[in-house]
Every structure is written in C-alpha cells, then in structure tokens.
Design a protein around this ligand. Sequence first.
Ligand SMILES: *[C@@H]1O[C@H](CO)[C@@H](O)[C@H](O)[C@H]1NC(C)=O
Ligand SMILES: *[C@@H]1O[C@H](CO)[C@@H](O)[C@H](O)[C@H]1NC(C)=O
Ligand SMILES: *[C@@H]1O[C@H](CO)[C@@H](O)[C@H](O)[C@H]1NC(C)=O
Ligand SMILES: *[C@@H]1O[C@H](CO)[C@@H](O)[C@H](O)[C@H]1NC(C)=O
Length: 491
Amino acid sequence: MVSLSFLLPLICVVVSRASPLAARAGPDPSLATFATVAGLTFVNKGLVGFGLIPANFTDSTGDTFGGVGSAIALQRGSFTANSDGTFSGSLVVQPDRGFNVDGTVDYQGRQHQIDFVLSPYYSTAALSFASAQQTLKLTYKSTFLYTERNGTVTTGLDAGGVRAAESGFPTDPLAAPQMPIPSKKDNRLTLDLEGLVLNADGTFWVSDEYGPYVYRFDATGHLIQTIQPPDAIVPMTDGDVDFTGEDDPDTGRAANNGFECLTVDESTNTLWVMLQSAAIQDGGNKKKNSRYTRLLSYDISSPSTVTPALTAEYIVPLPLDSGGDALGASEISFVSDNIFLVLARDSNGHGGDDTDSEYKGIDLIDISAATNISGSKFDSHKNAVSSKGKLDSSVAPAVYTPFVSLVNTTQLARFGLHDGDPDDSTLIDAKWESIALVSVGDSQFPHDFFLFTVADNDFLTTNGISVGQPYDAGIDVDTQFMVWRVTLPTK
Ligand SMILES: *[C@@H]1O[C@H](CO)[C@@H](O)[C@H](O)[C@H]1NC(C)=O
Ligand SMILES: *[C@@H]1O[C@H](CO)[C@@H](O)[C@H](O)[C@H]1NC(C)=O
Ligand SMILES: *[C@@H]1O[C@H](CO)[C@@H](O)[C@H](O)[C@H]1NC(C)=O
Ligand SMILES: *[C@@H]1O[C@H](CO)[C@@H](O)[C@H](O)[C@H]1NC(C)=O
C-alpha cells in the first residue's frame, strides 16, 4: 500500500496553491453544530456533498426515474476510499408507487442501483450550483423489479381489495378492481414502498404504506415473507380490514401514513419499523393531534420461514411546526443501543406546497427511558394510547432532539442551494425521505459517518413516461442527493 502520510502533505501543498480555501483536511470547524443525547455529544460537521439526477431521466424499463428518495441503502461492501481523497460506492434506491398525481398507476415495485463518487467539500466558501454537483457524481446503473413467489408482478394501484390469509401469508392488500372493467378482479399484491434494508444473504426487507406491512424479498426480487403489525395499526373500517390509501380508516394507520421508516440493528438481529404519524385512534386523523407515532421492533434472527416476533413497541413524539401541526417522520436509522436518527419534515420546497420550508430535520431519538407498550392493552385498536393527541399518563415517550437541519441556509448556500423563493432548480426539494450511513474511515475520527439522504420528487417532470404513457406534471423537480458528515458517538 502506498503510504498516505507521504502523499497527504503533497496533495495539501498543491491544493493550497491553487485555492487556499479548499486546502482543508476536514470540515471547517466553524460549520459544526452540536446535540447532546444520553450524555453523548453528537456533531453535525455540515453538508459535504450534493448531486442530482434530472427530472426527465428514465430507467431501463422506460419509466420516468423518480420517487427514489423514498428509501435508500448503501450497497453492502461497495464503499471505497480512493487514494485521491474521493470515495466511491453504490446506493440502492427504491421508489414508492409511481407518478400518482392524477390517481394511482400500475407501477411495479422496483429498486435501482446508482453508483457515486463523493468528493467531500469542507470549506465555508460558496460553490456555484454547477460546481456543487461535482461533489457527488451519480451514475445510474440498473433496475430490477419485484414479484410474488410465483412470478406475478406487483402493482402500485390503490389497495381497494383484500386477499384472505393463505399459506403463511397474512391478509394482503390487493389492487382495486381495474377500469374499464370494474367487475374484473385484480388479484395482484399492491405496494406503496418506503423503507429498505439490505441483508447480508442478498435478501432484503421493505416497508409499505398500504398494509402497512414489512415484506422480505429474495435476491431475485421474489416475495418470501410478510410481517403484519398489531391490530392497533392494521387499518379497519366498519369492522373490516380496509387497505385503501384514498381515505382514512376508522382505526389503524392513517391513509398515506404507513410504515415510512425501517432500519436494522445487525448486532442483535432486530428490525425496527415506525409509522409516519399517529394511528387514527391515537389522534392520526388531525395534524394537530398526530404527533404520537409508534416504533416497533421485530426479532429477525430465525430463518425466513418463521414469522418474526414483535419484541417491543414505543411511542415517539414527533416535532411540531409553528402552527402546532405534527411533522411526519419519513425515515429512521439505527445508531446504537436505544438511539436512532429520524427524518421529520414539512412538505415545502421544490415540488411542494410552498417554497418556504420551516423544518426538515435529521434528528435523534433516545428510547432508553421510553415505555415498552408491546403486549399491553394498546395493541388493540380499541385502546388509544394518545386519544385526540393526548398521551396516556402511563406511557413515557422517547426523547426527541433536533440534530441536522436540512434547511439551514448557511449550509445550503455553500452548495448554491436555497430555501424559499425563487421556485427554481436551486430550491431545496420538498420531500426528503431517506437515510444511509457509512463510516468515513478516518482513524482520527472513528465515530464520523457520511450521512446520505435523497429526495422523493414525486416523479414530477414536464417530460415523463408512466407505464408507457407520456405525461406532463407541469414542473421539473430533479432528484436531489445530499451527503452530510456527522459524529455519532457510542457509549
Ligand atoms: C446553520 O448552520 C451554521 C453553520 O453550521 C450554524 O452556525 C448556525 O447556527 C445554523 N443556524 C441555525 C438556525 O441552526
Ligand atoms: C431531459 O431534458 C434535457 C433538457 O431539456 C434534455 O437535454 C434531455 O435530452 C432530456 N433527457 C431525456 C432522457 O429526455
Ligand atoms: C400467485 O400467488 C398468489 C399468492 O399466493 C396467488 O394469490 C395468485 O393466485 C397466484 N397467481 C397465479 C397466476 O398463480
Ligand atoms: C416488551 O414487552 C413485551 C411484552 O411484555 C415483552 O415480551 C418484551 O420482552 C419487552 N421487550 C423489551 C425490550 O423489554
């Protein structure tokens, strides 16, 4: 191996002659912000990479590439530190259910591989938007599609139907009867995919919003396992299971507020999954009341033929905006025993409701003093844990601490980005929904990680293709990618 201690001074000399501002071995210390959780100091060292994939890009099936910030994961073993100070690797990204602004579409579940080269940018000086995109270069590689065990393709159409439980699988969400023949039953499994966890054996877990379920697929994309959550979370209307995403059920997960968040603790073989916001009986039918969401853990140490057992359940208090509305959670990521990163945000920004985003945080939750409600009366939809948004006094929630603000204007300006008007391609995207962590591998800072996050652009483009049909969404929203550098200490 070439000696790094010999090369580094040379590189620094050359770089500092060319540009004194760029001559830093690590993040400018003035960019750091701090958070204390469980007596540990977490450091946000700032935004270090930015890249994008254009709004009109198409995948290998011919569909518009989009929605991929719904879930991301580092391809196992792909991350490499290069001798020139850059890092390369692959992200696996998973879109949700296709372009559905004008109703749900017949979009098959899928994942894409995106290769990247990260050249971390550590200076306080502002890059132009064009130069900023050189800090994270992205190359689309491939796509593969999801099917059931027998090869039947999955869809993204609204879950108007129900399949009875059969051979180890629970009651499943099915596509609604399809127009133009409403009487023709569509027996296909429908998925609105959000979370993604890649396993060492090549299989992978995904979480969805309809069930809301957690599914396991094998390395070729065939469904092998399904986890149904407790009764308190399964959507029920008039006493029956009702998976539609068009209207809220009477109890269980709110429409479009399913299992957004999925992560794994590999040291204990525990899969963690969290609802975007409160279940209906827990206040989920009003944004003012929907802050108390549920985080669940499953034991995945058994072979794939055994349904994982629920091992614990906790209440997480979501942050509120200045109007008192709960900000839904879009992702979680396991950090260490009892500590997780959580992404919670408003829907303002490029492609969103408004240009001014007030809150997009990748924050910290600590469950060490939270009450485990698994196995309690709150597993039943009949017993709200936070009726009308008021938490039952017997339950201690997790502790929520703000950490990385994605809308910090000092950080955004360094990459030619902004929050608020004008509504152009340099406006930060509205819907960030994913987290992937990888160790920087810096022996001086062994707890430093690169934190990747990607936006879900809702497939918004003026030049789109959805299941073979061209469409014009009236706006182009590129899929933006960011990389932050953070210190995540452990006890
Ligand atoms: C934004 O980031 C800068 C630099 O990291 C930091 O000094 C500042 O406190 C942050 N602003 C807010 C409002 O958090
Ligand atoms: C996307 O749009 C750009 C700019 O209008 C254009 O140059 C490019 O050819 C388009 N790409 C695709 C795949 O349509
Ligand atoms: C495929 O498998 C599903 C789930 O077991 C079943 O409901 C469906 O009927 C099967 N389809 C075909 C064409 O065999
Ligand atoms: C949570 O409670 C359930 C039901 O009492 C119990 O089986 C489980 O072991 C508990 N989990 C933890 C982590 O304490």
